[in-house]
Design a protein around this ligand. Structure first.
Ligand code: ISC
Ligand code: MG
Length: 461
């Protein structure tokens, strides 16, 4: 293996500060070093000592975790959120001094964030800490990639900064971050569990089905909310640990904003970019898991043949294919879905691969893909208008893209389902289902009940 020589942080800061052009007030500096193995969740928990917002991301199918602490920079946007975020991101990269001898995905200047499902829907008090689109470039990033560990420091410097002083300050924060690395034991129990207006939800499903039967739309996804109260304040690291232990093939994430934290374990990849290699996923159509192997197999075979679920799925495949055609080549999509088994349920699944065309970015793809008919419906305009006018809840970041991107064109976004907003000793969970012309009200209700389980089962249920 090639040995990489790391330059001391003080020397790098000195280099940047003394070369800062006179017309430049400040400069983003990003320094990455390799570190020994650490438990990323213990680090996440220990980072509480800094009293800064934390972000956690892992893909349980791979050896890949990113933990972000605090913020060196934040990109907020509302109108034209994709264009504005992309412009600010490019501007940031063009002006950053990046010292990263490793160039491994998820190290260096990395932005992690998410957005509201529908920025046109009025934001309620529930999601007040979460903006319509927010990407954070954390001050400190711990990256685990293929069993290698990296630590990145992102900081702004000015001409007046003293390299030694700044380095000492950073080293002090670093020592605080790595000091208290223990996993708390947590005995959370649910004291109160309220399904928010289940009968009104059924009625909205009936109205959506009616709209579909009278050709106003073909598919409309409707979600509902469950409100919980716990015996004490929930510990996010402990929730994440349980989600990781239970959910293979999922993205486990947490975005903390003060007292509130959006947490989830979603199986749904929106898009992964590895250079120009693009991966996406069509995931829609649902059945429960069986209690025995035989029952499970029977359910999955029935799911594959079930016309209603196949229709739900087909809308997603068609849309993703169409959306990718402008931006990529060599699109490959199997003709038939397979069954994707999860802990609590199984889905119809079709993988998509393609090559991103030159001149396009992750922002073009996410903008084009969100919302897929797995979360919005078909056609997009009509289904979104129906959801905006009839759905009883503020989805906030539920059902929307969450993920990360780095300065080397690596990035991954998932669709934030199987998720909840934790607020101290309370929480709101969200679950939805695709309504089509043959939907049955009770079956859709049952389907959403199972979709609450991944979160409920780690919160004390
Ligand atoms: C909207 C959700 O799931 C979507 C993803 C997979 C299967 C779905 C379904 O079969 O209805 C939904 O479209 C949710 O989990 O809240
Ligand atoms: Mg469904």
């Amino acid at each position: 293996m090639i040995e990489v020589k790391e330059t001391p942080i003080e020397e790098l800061l000195d280099r940047v500060i003394s070369n800062l052009p006179s017309n430049k007030k400040y400069q983003l500096v990003s320094i990455t070093k390799k570190i020994k193995e650490v438990n990323t969740l213990h680090f996440f928990e220990g980072a509480k000592a800094l009293n800064k917002d934390r972000i956690f991301w892992t893909s349980t199918a791979e050896q890949y975790d990113v933990v972000g602490i605090g913020n060196a920079y934040e990109i907020h946007a509302k109108e034209n959120r994709f264009e504005i975020t992309e412009n600010k991101w490019n501007e940031l990269l063009a002006n950053a001094k990046i010292f990263n001898p490793y160039q491994v995905a998820g190290t260096g200047v990395v932005a992690l964030g998410g957005m509201a499902f529908d920025p046109k829907k009025e934001q309620t008090h529930l999601w007040e800490k979460f903006s319509p689109s927010q990407f954070t470039i954390p001050a400190f990033i711990l990256t685990k990639n293929n069993n290698n560990y990296y630590f990145t420091i992102n900081t702004y410097v000015t001409k007046d900064d003293h390299p030694r002083q700044l380095a000492t300050e950073i080293e002090h924060q670093e020592s605080l971050l790595f000091r208290n690395m223990e996993q708390p034991s947590d005995h959370l129990t649910i004291n109160e569990k309220i399904e928010v207006k289940p009968d009104k939800w059924r009625e909205t499903v009936r109205q959506a089905r009616e709209a579909i039967r009278t050709n106003k739309a073909e598919k409309i996804v409707l979600a509902r909310e469950m409100r919980l109260k716990f015996n004490k304040e929930a510990n996010i690291a402990s929730i994440l640990q349980k989600l990781i232990d239970k959910h293979a093939n999922s993205y486990i994430f947490a975005f903390e904003k003060g007292e509130d934290c959006f947490v989830g374990a979603t199986p749904e990849r929106l898009v992964k970019l590895n250079g120009e290699q693009l991966l996406s996923t069509c995931l829609a159509g649902t059945a429960p898991r069986g209690k025995t192997k035989e029952e499970d197999l029977k359910i999955s075979q029935d799911l594959l043949k079930d016309e209603k679920n196949r229709q739900e799925h087909e809308f997603v495949v068609k849309m993703i294919k169409g959306a990718l055609e402008t931006y990529s080549t060599e699109i490959e999509i199997p003709n038939e879905p397979i069954v994707y088994p999860l802990k609590n349920l199984q889905h119809l699944y079709t993988p998509v691969t393609a090559i991103l065309k030159d001149g396009y970015s992750i922002f073009d793809i996410v903008k084009q893909l969100h919302p897929t008919p797995a979360l919005g419906g078909t056609p997009n305009k009509e289904s979104m208008a129906f959801i905006r006018d009839h759905e009883l809840l503020d989805r906030g970041w539920y059902g929307a893209p969450v993920g990360w991107l780095d300065s080397n064109q690596n990035s991954e976004f998932a669709v934030a389902i199987r998720s909840g907003l934790i607020q101290g000793n309370e929480a709101s969970l969200f679950a939805g289902g695709g309504i089509v012309k043959d939907s049955n009200l009770e079956e859709e209700y049952e389907e959403t009940t199972i979709k609450f389980k991944p979160m409920l089962s780690v919160l004390g249920d």
